[in-house]
Design a protein around this ligand. Structure first.
Ligand code: SF4
Length: 358
């Protein structure tokens, strides 16, 4: 599994806490050279058993095709030229509309077979408040273009849990996403952290946080509507039509090793975590081994986020039997065959359940 971080944006979203720079030709060139050098240096760390490639960001659709091609050729030189079990590219709807069908076809020629689009909402007022570059109509057009190019495996991101997102606006956004029939939806509750416009608005009183009850209601509205439309809620934040579950992200939840290239990218060796510093020029890589306790907590946290859950033997040998029985009694945990999982109606409080277990 390979992750490549593309830390460029055209503008910054109100709530964003990711490392990203405004894309300029000079910076993009420096970035491309640095990533290719890192690939040559660290390619031996790549485990070929799950050949997935994921370009995330930032905004990977800002990366010019020659730069993308150069990175892919460097991977191929190092023995990782595909074919890929899944090759995902995150895109901004506005880039897709501006670059058109030919751009998406070029991505497909390079091997991309899955697009993850940052739609966030189909409400123009909210998109403006988020300082997104697109409006709802451009998102619809981008989805149409991706399909016209021939990509079926299309995921969109949506955000809920904003105090200025009314239940009726949220329902309209979900209804539109479902009516468009995208095969995968990733849905995240707004988090307020870092140094960005939203944290400043919170300090000045220009924004108040959504209540837990509002977040809970919006989350379960999506669960209910997605289930009725035939989506499998296979991970806390992810819904897929059968057969469209994300392979690369599935690897993260099963703790399969991956190598992350590029500024601010993270890696996982199977026994330790690594990360790159957040700067374009001269970024550095650091590795840290996980303690036995960290491994246990990570395994529990990642597996219990999924509908597949966790193996009985692992749970019983690492957690208190009394806690497991009590959670089973409350139906905060259910047992199916040799596996335990958190049922969907408790997904929203999964952090508390996992805290009890560890
Ligand atoms: S949310 Fe995405 S597009 Fe918006 S500023 Fe952050 S990285 Fe860029």
């Amino acid at each position: 599994m390979i992750y490549i971080h593309v830390p460029f944006c055209r503008s910054f979203c109100t709530y964003c806490d990711f490392y990203s720079e405004i894309a300029t030709d000079g910076l993009v060139n420096k970035y491309t050279e640095a990533v290719c050098a890192e690939i040559r240096e660290r390619a031996k760390e790549i485990d070929p058993s799950l050949p997935t490639l994921y370009f995330g960001g930032g905004t990977p659709s800002l990366l010019p095709l020659p730069a993308l091609t150069k990175i892919l050729l460097t991977l191929a030189e190092c023995g990782h030229g595909g074919p890929w079990a899944e090759f995902t590219m995150e895109v901004n709807p506005e880039d897709i509309v501006q670059k058109g069908v030919s751009y998406v076809r070029s991505l497909m020629t390079l091997g991309v077979d899955r697009i993850s689009m940052g739609v966030q909402s189909f409400d123009d007022d909210l998109l403006r408040w988020m300082n997104r570059r697109h409006n709802a109509e451009r998102a619809r057009e981008a989805i149409r273009i991706v399909r016209e190019a021939g990509i079926q495996n299309l995921s969109i991101d949506l955000i809920f849990g904003l105090s200025n997102l009314s239940d009726s606006t949220w329902e309209a956004t979900i209804d539109e996403a479902l009516a468009l029939g995208v095969n995968h939806i990733s849905c995240y509750q707004l988090t307020i952290e870092g140094d960005n416009a939203l944290t400043h608005m919170l300090e000045t009183g220009d924004y108040v946080e959504a209540t837990d009850e509002q977040c809970w209601r919006q989350y379960y509205t999506l669960c209910r509507k997605a289930a009725a439309a035939g989506y499998n809620h296979y991970e806390i934040s992810n819904f897929a039509k059968p057969g469209f579950e994300a392979v690369h992200n599935g690897g993260y939840w099963q703790r399969k090793p991956y190598v992350g290239f590029g500024p601010a990218a993270h890696s996982f060796t199977g026994r330790g975590r690594g990360w790159n510093s957040s700067e374009i020029e001269g970024y550095t890589h650091t590795d840290e081994a996980l303690s036995v306790e960290d491994e246990k907590i990570e395994t529990l946290m990642l597996a219990l986020r999924t509908s597949r859950g966790i193996d009985e033997e692992f749970l019983r040998s690492n957690c208190s039997g009394a806690t497991i029985d009590s959670l089973l009694g409350e139906r905060a945990l259910v047992k199916e065959g040799r596996r335990f999982r958190i049922p969907e109606d408790h997904f929203f409080v999964s952090d508390e359940i996992i805290r009890e277990l560890v």
